[in-house]
Design a protein around this ligand. Structure first.
Ligand code: HEC
Length: 124
C-alpha cells in the first residue's frame, strides 16, 4: 500500500481499456520507452521503470491514477513524466504550455488498460 492516490475519476467517466492500450503502446504515452508491458506487437520495451505486467495486482486504482497523473507526488525524484500536471514544468514545448501530456479522459483510458494487467494473463 502506498501513501497516496486519487480515488475518483478525473472526468467522471470510466476509461476505455482499448484506447488506453493504444496510448500506452504509441507515441502519445510513450510508456514503452521506459516500461515493458504485454504489448507484443511493439518490438522495443524499456527497462528504466518496472515492468507493467501484473501491475493491477500490486497497486490500487487510486494509486495507479496518481502514478499516471503525477509520479513526483509519490517519488519526488521520479523520472516518469507527470502526464496530467501543467504547473512547475521546466521543459515544455512553447505550443504545449498549459496543456497536460494526457487529457483527463486519456488518463482514465490508460488507467482502464493498466487495470487489465493481471499476473495470470497468458499474453506474453
Ligand atoms: C521516462 C521514463 C518513464 C516513462 C516515459 C513512463 N514511466 Fe512509468 N515509471 C517510470 C519509473 C522510473 C517508475 C518507478 C517509480 C517512480 O520512479 O516513479 C515508474 C513507475 C510506474 C508505475 C508503477 C509501477 C509499479 O510496479 O510500482 C506505473 C503503473 C507506471 N509507471 C505507468 C506508466 C505509464 C502508463 C506510462 C505512460 C503513460 C509511463 N509509466 C511512462 C518511468 C517512466
Amino acid at each position: 500500500m502506498r501513501d497516496g492516490g486519487i480515488d475518483k475519476s478525473l472526468c467522471g467517466l470510466v476509461g476505455n481499456a482499448e484506447r488506453g492500450r493504444a496510448i500506452v503502446a504509441g507515441r502519445q504515452g510513450n510508456c514503452l520507452a521506459c516500461h515493458a508491458a504485454p504489448i507484443p506487437e511493439q518490438a522495443f520495451h524499456g527497462d528504466i521503470g518496472p515492468p507493467l505486467h501484473g501491475v493491477a495486482e500490486r497497486l490500487t486504482e487510486a494509486e495507479l491514477r496518481l502514478q499516471i497523473v503525477d509520479a513526483t507526488r509519490l517519488n519526488e525524484h521520479s523520472v516518469m513524466p507527470p502526464f496530467h500536471r501543467v504547473a512547475g514544468l521546466t521543459a515544455v514545448r512553447r505550443d504545449r504550455i498549459g496543456q497536460p501530456l494526457l487529457s483527463a479522459a486519456e488518463v482514465e483510458d490508460v488507467l482502464a488498460y493498466l487495470q487489465t494487467l493481471k499476473q495470470d494473463q497468458a499474453e506474453q
